[in-house]
Design a protein around this ligand. Structure first.
Ligand code: CA2
Length: 146
C-alpha cells in the first residue's frame, strides 16, 4: 500500500512559530513519526510540502496509478482552492483531508473547506497525531474503496 502525504503553504514553518496553535514539532519531526508508524503497518509513504498551489495540483494529478491514498493538509488552500478540489475529483485517488488544528474552533473563514466534499473524510485538531490517525485510517478503514 502506497500513501502520498501532501502538505501545503507555510507548513515548512512548523516548529518555528505559533507553537500554541500548531505544536512544537517540525514537519520533518512529523514525517519521522509517520514513517515510524507506516513501517509498523507495512505501508510505503512519500511525504512532500509545497508553497505552490500548482505544484500540489501536479502532484495530485501524478498520483493516479501510483498511490492508493492521498493524505492532504492543504493548509490555507483548504479554504480557497477550487483547483485542488477539481484535481482530487478528477484523479479519483481517495483523499483524506487533515489539519493539525481544529479548524472548526477557529476563525469562521477556516470553517469552510472547499476540498471536504471530494474527500473521504476529515481529521482535524489532533496536532501531529492527525497525520498518524490519517495513516491508520488509510490502512485500516478501507479508504481505498470508493
Ligand atoms: O491546522 C492546520 O493544519 C491548517 O491546515 C494549517 C494552515 C491553516 O491555514 C489552516 O486553516 C489549518 C496554516 C499552516 C501554516 O503553518 C504555520 C506554521 C508555523 C507558523 C506559521 C504558520
Amino acid at each position: 500500500m502506497k500513501i502520498l502525504f501532501l502538505n501545503g503553504p507555510n507548513l515548512n514553518l512548523l516548529g518555528t512559530r505559533e507553537p500554541e496553535v500548531y505544536g512544537r514539532l517540525t514537519l520533518k519531526d512529523i514525517e519521522a513519526k509517520v514513517r515510524d508508524r507506516a513501517a509498523k503497518l507495512g505501508a510505503e509513504i512519500d511525504f512532500r510540502q509545497s508553497n505552490l498551489e500548482g505544484e500540489l495540483v501536479a502532484w495530485i494529478q501524478q498520483s493516479k496509478g501510483i498511490y492508493n491514498v492521498i493524505v492532504l493538509n492543504a493548509a490555507a488552500y483548504t479554504h480557497t482552492s477550487i483547483a485542488l478540489r477539481d484535481a482530487i475529483s478528477a484523479v479519483g485517488v481517495p483523499t483524506i483531508e487533515i489539519h493539525l488544528s481544529n479548524v472548526h474552533a477557529r476563525e469562521e473563514f477556516r470553517h469552510k473547506s472547499l476540498i471536504a466534499p471530494v474527500c473521504k473524510g476529515q481529521i482535524a485538531g489532533f496536532g501531529a497525531e492527525s497525520y498518524v490517525l490519517a495513516l491508520e485510517a488509510a490502512v485500516t478503514v478501507n479508504a481505498t474503496s470508493k
